[in-house]
Design a protein around this ligand. Sequence first.
Ligand code: ATP
Length: 328
Amino acid sequence: MVDYSIKSIGVLTSGGDAPGMNAAIRSVTRAAIFNNMRVFGIYRGYKGLISNEIEEFKTNSVSNIIQQGGTILKTARSAEFMDPEGRKVAFENMQKHGIDALVVIGGDGSLTGASIFGNEYDIPIVGLPGTIDNDLNGTDVTIGYDTALNTIMQSVDKIRDTATSHERLFFIEVMGRNCGFLALNSAIAAGAEAAIIPEISLKKDQLGELIEQGFRKSKNSSIILVTEGEITGGALQLAERVKQEYPQYDVRVSILGHLQRGGSPSAQDRILASRMGIAAIQALLENQRNVMIGIRENEIDYVPFKRAIKKEREISEELREVLLISSI
Ligand code: ATP
């Protein structure tokens, strides 16, 4: 009888780094060893799978990393993995090391690649949502999102001091690509006046509305959070528009950039990553494949890759209302 049980797994981080990825690597490694599997750390995501940067991990390979931001496995983007030839080499390298299954920690691009690769070579692959953007479906939160949110909130608090002292209008640009979670929730948490987010920019001119309202004249400073990217136009473009049309406003821009990705992960992200890592190994033991580990109402869930990476993720109307009412 052929033995299909998984004896050896590979773990990699791919796409943008996110705080909590190390906690996830640690938990995946230890859960696999706990279940008598061998573990291979694959460096630099799919790139390292193709260039064979693979090393066996023991329990102490992941000691003292839960508190560190970034990823000890490094991360990368790999154009070669988009190509069937590149994926063939990746598969051959897995075979060389006797790796039966993969745990991929990354965002929607990484999980798209995982889905294609898993189907192509019939490999059990489980994904963990590792991205600060919170832009995956089927999970309330992603690993890294909470830490990034806290980093943004603290930065906005600091900018508020200067905004108030100078009576300025600040546009603060945050990450998120096509997803407004970071901008909307950090606006609520930092007591900002508004958030300009892609989900709404597609439907209406949010800046136009804010101008019409006079940026809430009763206040002596205004802070508007803006999601990066073409859909919103980004903070610089919005500020330019205000400067041209309303020279009376003292407008400034702050682009938070990469500082949003860094730092020691929050307790919530460490716990989330630890739970998801163990669930990933559990999923493999249950013969699950092509699923992402999600968390819904504080319960672990298995989300098919297809559903997880579906583009449209609704923004909560309730949250928008909280911001609107609390900032009058
Ligand atoms: P983040 O959301 O933080 O940017 P991500 O995982 O979405 O992370 P991407 O750069 O989109 O980051 O994807 C990471 C890698 O996944 C790519 O460099 C590529 O190697 C692989 N990948 C993405 N899409 C595909 C695809 N259609 N086919 C094969 N591989 C893919």
